[in-house]
Structure formats: structure tokens, C-alpha cells
Design a protein around this ligand. Structure first.
Ligand SMILES: [Zn+2]
Length: 137
């Protein structure tokens, strides 16, 4: 277990290794955040580890910022899109990834296809990702 901080002073607890296997129903995920605890899949590359950690740390910031109700908000598609768009905007910071346009499109497709989004169109998701990325710059 490792401790890092968000907002300079708020702790984040990071678990890897065997911990991941305890969350069998999240098999497709490479990282999980519950409250201020992050669990990262053990066999990811060093590069992916850094990216996954960046993503999951945003979820812990959301946990602190929303005083714990982010987990409930996450159940609603509208908020799930917003919360994931913010996390991906930080994870795939345009300083590291191809063109701004191309990666924005890829993130929007990923959220639309892999986060059970049915009530919102790809364009809706794209708009939210674009907003998140502009805010992140
Ligand atoms: Zn996420």
C-alpha cells in the first residue's frame, strides 16, 4: 500500500497486487477507485500504471470534492459522463497524446461504448469530453 495526496493534503491509498483479484466483478477494468482508495491491476506496464493512476486520482479528487456522494452521482448517466470525461481529460493529457481532436474523439467513443451510456448520444459525450479537456488545459 502506498499513500499519495490530492489537493496537496488529502490522502489517497493505492493498492496493487492481490488486492485487485478481490474485485472480480470489475474484471475488464485496470483500475478501481472506491472513496479515497485506488486499486490498480498488478500486471500493467509501468507506462499504463502512470496513466491509470492519473485517471483514478481524479476520481479520488471527485470523492473529496463531492463529499462522498460522487458514488451515487455516478449511477446517473449524465454525471457518469461528466466524471469520466474529467478523469480521461487528465489521463490523456494532450501534452502526451497525438492530436487534440483525435484523442478527444477516442475518449468520447470509449466512454460511450464502455460505460453503459444509453440515454446520451456520442455527440453529447464528445461535447462533455471537449469541455473537460478545455478546462484541464
Ligand atoms: Zn474512471
Amino acid at each position: 500500500m502506498k499513500i499519495e495526496f490530492v489537493y496537496k493534503i488529502l490522502p489517497v491509498f493505492i493498492f496493487t497486487g492481490n488486492w485487485f483479484n478481490r474485485f472480480k466483478f470489475y474484471r475488464n477494468a485496470t483500475g478501481i477507485t472506491i472513496g479515497n482508495c485506488i486499486v490498480i491491476k498488478p500486471d500493467v506496464s509501468a507506462f499504463d500504471y502512470v496513466l491509470i493512476l492519473r485517471h483514478e486520482k481524479v476520481h479520488t479528487e471527485q470523492f473529496y470534492r463531492y463529499l462522498g456522494i460522487n458514488g451515487i452521482l455516478y449511477l446517473f448517466e449524465r454525471f457518469r459522463i461528466k466524471l469520466e470525461a474529467e478523469a480521461y481529460a487528465v489521463q490523456y493529457d494532450s501534452r502526451y497524446f497525438d492530436t487534440f481532436y483525435k484523442s478527444t474523439k477516442a475518449i468520447a467513443e470509449n466512454i460511450k461504448d464502455n460505460y453503459a451510456i444509453t440515454k446520451y448520444s456520442y455527440e453529447d459525450v464528445y461535447r462533455e469530453v471537449m469541455k473537460a479537456r478545455i478546462n484541464h488545459r
